[in-house]
Write a protein that binds this ligand. Structure first.
Ligand SMILES: [Zn+2]
Length: 322
């Protein structure tokens, strides 16, 4: 099996929302990729500029970042042709690897725009940004590719934000960190999500458990579902006892902590994602990760802070009303 480490550059409407095509808010203008063997050696490269069809003028902030302009893009290939060449070059037996989850998302949305054959579902890939965060940051915070390259002392004499260069850098980061248990560190792409209960994804990885749900009509309905709010130990799959009840951390995120008798505290996080349809349905991504004492303390503190803020808000509101 090979790893296909790829990176995309995309453009958007230079005239804001009014100039935006709703089916393709981001149009891919470059595909860069390297094929990496099981020993993390680069064995082949792919690079293609794409002639834009929807947004021919570059958005100013994108033009400022790139090393090419509209004139160069005119010499590019149409998306469908370049993308098909890319997929043919990938071969039969491979896993996609990207820095973050958005490249795979935009690749598929652009393929859909041209009615190309969809990629597999469910689609596993390696999110090297997340893998790097899991291995190098105790709080699992993600960082930019530039920072990872710098932290690992990787020579960076080629400019970033050229798709082929970023793909090479990502492959070098991968070779440098050589995750021993990479087979278990895959993610699921969420460009497409489960449509039925039978398609739901429940995966126990080496370090965490992940549940991607089918659709619900609202987040309230989801948060009343016993299976959604259940916190199972990510190591032995047994039900944990409640330590910190589910609480809302932002508009679309929730947190809780459970305790396994054998494996200790488990931090659970829920993200509510729009299902993208016209009926405002949502689906849920739940992750359960072991948590040390300090992390649990931080979560409790976060809960108290949020409670305090709400209380103040209510008080100031009621004083205005009275
Ligand atoms: Zn357990």
């Amino acid at each position: 099996m090979n790893y296909i480490v790829f990176d995309l550059e995309w453009n958007q409407s230079a005239y804001g929302r009014s100039g935006e095509h709703p089916r393709i808010p981001f149009e891919i203008i470059e595909i860069g990729a390297v094929k990496v063997d099981e020993n993390y050696n680069i064995v082949s490269e792919f690079s293609s500029l794409i002639r834009p069809r929807i947004y021919r003028k570059l958005h100013p902030s994108i033009r400022a970042m790139l090393n090419y302009d509209e004139e160069d893009l005119k010499k590019g290939k149409p998306f469908k042709e370049a993308c098909q060449e890319f997929l043919d070059w990938c071969g039969e037996d491979y896993m996609f690897c990207t820095w973050g989850a958005s490249d795979l998302y935009y690749l598929q949305s652009n393929m859909d725009f041209y009615y190309m054959t969809k990629l597999d579902f469910p689609l596993k890939f390696y999110n090297l940004q997340q893998i790097f965060a899991d291995l190098y940051d105790s709080e699992h915070n993600i960082c930019k590719l530039e920072k990872a390259v710098e932290m690992l002392n990787i020579k960076s004499d080629e400019p970033f934000h050229a798709a082929i260069n970023d793909a090479r850098y990502t492959a070098r980061v991968m070779a440098e960190i050589k995750p021993m248990d990479i087979a278990d560190r895959y993610s699921y792409d969420i460009y497409r999500h489960p449509r039925t209960k039978a398609d739901e994804i429940i995966a126990y990885h080496a370090g965490y458990m992940e549940h991607i749900s089918t659709e619900f009509s609202s987040k309230h309905e989801a948060m009343e579902d016993k299976e959604i709010t259940m916190i199972r130990c990510c190591k032995c799959k047994k039900k944990t006892s409640k330590k910190i009840k589910w609480f809302q951390t932002s508009q679309n995120t929730y947190m809780a902590v459970g305790k396994c008798w054998y494996h200790g505290n488990m931090m659970a996080k829920i993200k509510i994602k729009s299902a993208g349809g016209s009926d405002d349905n949502i689906f849920v991504i739940k992750k359960i990760i072991p948590a040390d004492k300090k992390t649990v303390e931080n979560i409790r503190k976060k809960q108290e802070d949020i409670r305090e803020k709400r209380k103040q808000k209510r008080q100031s509101k009621s004083s205005v009303e009275s």
